[in-house]
Design a binder for this molecule. Structure first.
Ligand code: PLP
Ligand code: SF4
Length: 393
């Protein structure tokens, strides 16, 4: 069971599925747990959400669990408990514990160890919060933490203090009232980023209402959504969702992608639907040890993203959030990745590597140093090949 299952997966729009005769066997049906699932159900995002893999007995039918994983699953209860969409589950390599798809979704016992310098709220979001669910750090833009729910809970999540408590999560639409009032009364805010959690977990109507309320604020000129759903639950990107979003457009969408294996044909269709509808797409990637910390993997990821019209936006150094030490690389490795991209490939393929500064300093770009010396009127620079050039001012 490997990536080819997903890659071969026939990508059907809802209408195509309806008009097509049922084929002998769909690729997901090769997994015994899903062999009897109707393709219409498989393509239904509500079905996918309802049938998320949350139990040891289920996941052990798909994956040969290691003892670290078994213990991790048993420990992960309540907030950030394991929840994996059937779609994502079919991408896992059941025989390879180092499978990047698997490691991002199945808790390991290491998650319950606290590494040095690790914090509950590493980027100080709670201290920069002028209203519930709102973070205001930069002068002209705010981050709205619109929900605590996601399609899948990523084991490296930086907001694990907030997300994944589905039993106690407040889904009342008036939860945003104070945040919206704050945005309305602060004319400097021209950019609203709706993230979470994952905003696409809301029903179309709820999300549509929120977007309309924000769009109605005259000084908000830039609206964007942060999501991982095109990757973890591409079935959610429906024509109906797109027409809902279009009503409050233009909207920019940042998608959390970490590994080239995530770019399946099904995810490509979801991204193509969004791009064709006119939403500019960007990617945000977390640098993760053993998952995407090799320059060749990152190069494949950024190239494959460009092919589906997703512009690599940020690579994040893995925040100092509790329980993620096993995912964290050194900063040097991140800089080396940028060094291996810049100049060697299209500028559009090169994201900005950032550290979200502990204590609320915001995103700080960390780059290879291309300035060798800077004196009055004279810059000595090196290029990507280490050749030296002088620029006279
Ligand atoms: C990342 C982030 C933003 C948006 O930052 P950009 O660099 O403009 O993408 C805004 N507010 C907070 C709190 C953030 O963490
Ligand atoms: S989708 Fe984002 S917010 Fe949700 S668990 Fe993954 S990283 Fe965290």
């Amino acid at each position: 069971m490997d990536n080819t299952i997903a890659d071969n997966q026939k990508l059907l729009t809802e209408s195509q599925i309806i008009s097509r005769p049922v084929r002998r066997s769909l690729d997901y049906q090769q997994i015994s747990l899903y062999k009897d699932v109707n393709p219409l159900d498989w393509e239904d995002w509500h079905w996918q959400m309802k049938h998320r893999v949350t139990k040891l007995e289920q996941i052990s039918q798909i994956v040969k669990l290691t003892s670290e994983e078994e213990e991790g699953i048993k420990n992960a209860r309540g907030r950030m408990a394991m929840a994996i969409t059937p779609y994502w589950a079919t991408l896992m390599d059941g025989d390879d514990p180092s499978c990047p798809i698997r490691r991002q979704a199945i808790p390991e016992v290491y998650e319950f160890q606290v590494g040095p310098h690790e914090m509950v709220d590493p980027c100080g979001e709670d201290t920069d919060s002028p209203a519930p669910h709102l973070v205001h750090r930069y002068p002209d833009r705010v981050l709205l933490l619109s929900t605590e729910q996601c399609a899948m809970y990523c084991r490296h999540c930086t907001r694990r203090r907030l997300v994944g408590d589905e039993a106690n999560s407040d889904t009342n639409a008036n939860r945003w009232d104070a945040a919206l009032d704050y945005i309305r009364s602060n004319k400097k805010i021209r950019d609203v980023l709706i993230s979470g959690g994952d905003p696409f977990t809301y029903e179309d109507e709820v999300l549509g209402d929120l977007l309309k309320k924000i769009r109605a604020i005259p000084h908000v000129e830039f609206l964007r959504i942060g999501t991982r759903i095109p990757v973890t639950l591409p079935q959610r990107i429906t024509e109906r969702l797109i027409s809902t979003l279009k009503k409050s457009g233009p909207i920019w969408i940042s998608i959390h992608f970490n590994h080239p294996k995530e770019i399946t044909k099904r995810t490509r269709i979801a991204c193509e639907m969004l791009a064709d509808a006119g939403f500019p797409l960007g990617s945000q990637t977390v640098l993760l040890k053993g998952i995407n910390d090799r320059p060749c993997i990152m190069r494949k990821l950024v190239h494959d993203l460009l092919k589906i019209r997703v512009r690599p936006y940020y690579i994040y150094q893995c925040d100092l959030v509790r329980g993620t030490q096993h995912f964290r690389t050194s900063v040097k490795e991140g800089i080396n990745i940028i060094e291996k991209l810049r100049g060697y490939t299209s500028g559009y393929a090169v994201p900005t590597y950032v550290i979200d500064a502990p204590g609320g300093g915001g995103k700080i770009p960390v780059n290879p140093n291309y300035i060798i010396s800077q004196t009055k009127g004279k810059y000595v620079l090196r290029n990507y090949e280490n050749k030296v050039f002088t620029y006279l001012e």
